[in-house]
Design a protein. Sequence first.
Length: 347
Amino acid sequence: MIDALELVRPDDWHLHLRDGVVLADAVAHTARQFARAIVMPNLKPPVTRVEDAAAYRERITAAVPPALAGRFTPLMTLYLTDATPAEEVARARDCGFVHGVKLYPAGATTNSQSGVTDLSRVFPVLEAMQQVGLPLLVHGEVTDPGVDVFDREAVFLERQLAPLLGRLPDLRVVVEHITTAEAVAFVRAAGPRVAATITAHHLLYSRNAMFTGGVCPHYYCLPVLKRERHREALVEAATSGEPKFFLGTDSAPHPRRAKESACGCAGIFTAHAALELYAEAFERAGALDRLQGFASEFGPRFYDLPVNRDKVRLERATWEVPAAYPFGHDELVPLRAGERLAWRMVD
């Protein structure tokens, strides 16, 4: 049995930090474990311009705890809308700190109301992105009310992303937080310019978790947890050693009152123990030796960034996850609140 694991410091390639009074509480968890993170732009209002991204980047950097200052770098993204001008792509490429453009189908998830209503409306932007090599980061779900919520990812890949890649074969795409066996197969079949992130919670849980002992709002996210066969396909992909699949937590903090409500928000907070949760998933699969590639190497290679040089250490040491963490004027409930984890990162 392995009692300790040393990894090149990883990066988080899909993260929500929010803004305002909660920002410092959110960023502290991520900065402790990760060197860099792709930060989602779905604020209110969304981050649609390079100037918006620059200002948000400054707020994030200022919110990093003093003890971690200089160790964490936010990698910014722009929010794609029907009105995004193609000229913004060149500005994003030239600024040096915007590393992707996020596609939210309008209405698909939290703060996606300003998202894209029809891909045909943004073809000029996508063509410009293909030309300069700026990645498109995809929330891959259709919003057609006639499509079952558990089928929305597979339908999106078939009806929207496959035709888009047929039209723009050199577009760099990250299919974020994939949740299905169909998504694994799609990414594998696509060319080398298509990759995917996988969350810890989709590796550890099937949709049964949302309904065990009653409706459990802290297991509700979008895309939702799927059947066990899909979870098994994700584990196989994550632990395969294939560079197309890499770490993206999709850690999404919401205050307790917004989760435990009549209409609870979608999102699972995992930043407090991200590496520990991934280590658990990889150990269950007998693949701890492949965690470093997934967590620390494949993402930087896809984004054309250097692999980090410093390291982190995980030790086999049980600890109890707090029942809640501070979150501005409220609190948030983390995944595994009040439960014990078998791995712990040593600062």
